[in-house]
Design a protein around this ligand. Structure first.
Ligand SMILES: [Zn+2]
Length: 208
């Protein structure tokens, strides 16, 4: 999933750059805890989030090479989503008495209550960059979207690559698998996006 804006006037904080490669699959190991669990051969403290989910490793070198506008950097997406930072500038996202500022567009799997209750990989925004997104985001030109204040953007889970244990080790089975926190399936998933569920939403017009 790309960041909201994909336009040369600004490179979003969450955008991945061509020099930022994912870690090799050969780094992965089978941990027995006692059930098989995905891990790294050489663990680092930053590999897992507070729920114990294993995260994909990605080089960090923003500004080197060229921006890959249709791809988000694993760690910068996670930082913005977890800490409620603007996905474009990385500074604190806008928050007022009606909640946090998000933009969400309707997708086929959204609940009929959309935008209430939708799941999103798109981190929040500051007000100026919400305006930029509405002006420049190619996705927002297609179909329904809503600018939202969200009182309860609940940490829901992750999406990532689902692995299957074989006699020769882990084998990737499905990419972009969405798994909620607390689910046993997290033991075999390498996370690459943090997901929030948008609850108690108010659709707003952006202030001019
Ligand atoms: Zn911003």
């Amino acid at each position: 999933m790309p960041p909201l804006i994909a336009h040369p006037t600004v490179v979003p904080f969450v955008t991945a750059w061509s020099s930022e490669h994912l870690g090799p699959e050969s780094d992965l190991a089978v941990l027995l805890t006692p059930e098989p669990r995905l891990g790294y051969k050489a663990p680092r403290t930053t590999d897992r989030d507070s729920a114990g989910t294993l995260w994909a490793r990605m080089a960090h070198s923003p500004g080197m090479g060229r921006p890959i506008y249709d791809s988000m950097h694993v760690a910068r997406q996670r930082i913005c989503m977890y800490s409620m930072k603007c996905q474009i500038c990385g500074h604190p996202a806008s928050h007022d008495k009606h909640g946090w500022l998000f933009i969400n567009w309707r997708r086929p799997w959204d609940p009929p209550t959309w935008p209430e209750g939708s799941l999103t990989e798109q981190p929040p925004l500051c007000e100026p960059h919400a305006r930029t997104s509405v002006e420049q985001c190619p996705h927002l030109g297609r179909g329904d979207y809503a600018v939202l204040r969200v009182r309860t953007p609940r940490l829901w889970g992750i999406s990532g690559t689902n692995y299957q244990l074989t006699t020769r080790g882990w084998r990737a089975r499905e990419s972009n698998a969405m798994v909620p926190y607390g689910h046993v399936g997290l033991n075999a998933v390498l996370a690459s996006r943090m997901i929030r569920e948008l609850r108690n939403v108010t659709v707003i017009d952006l202030p001019k």
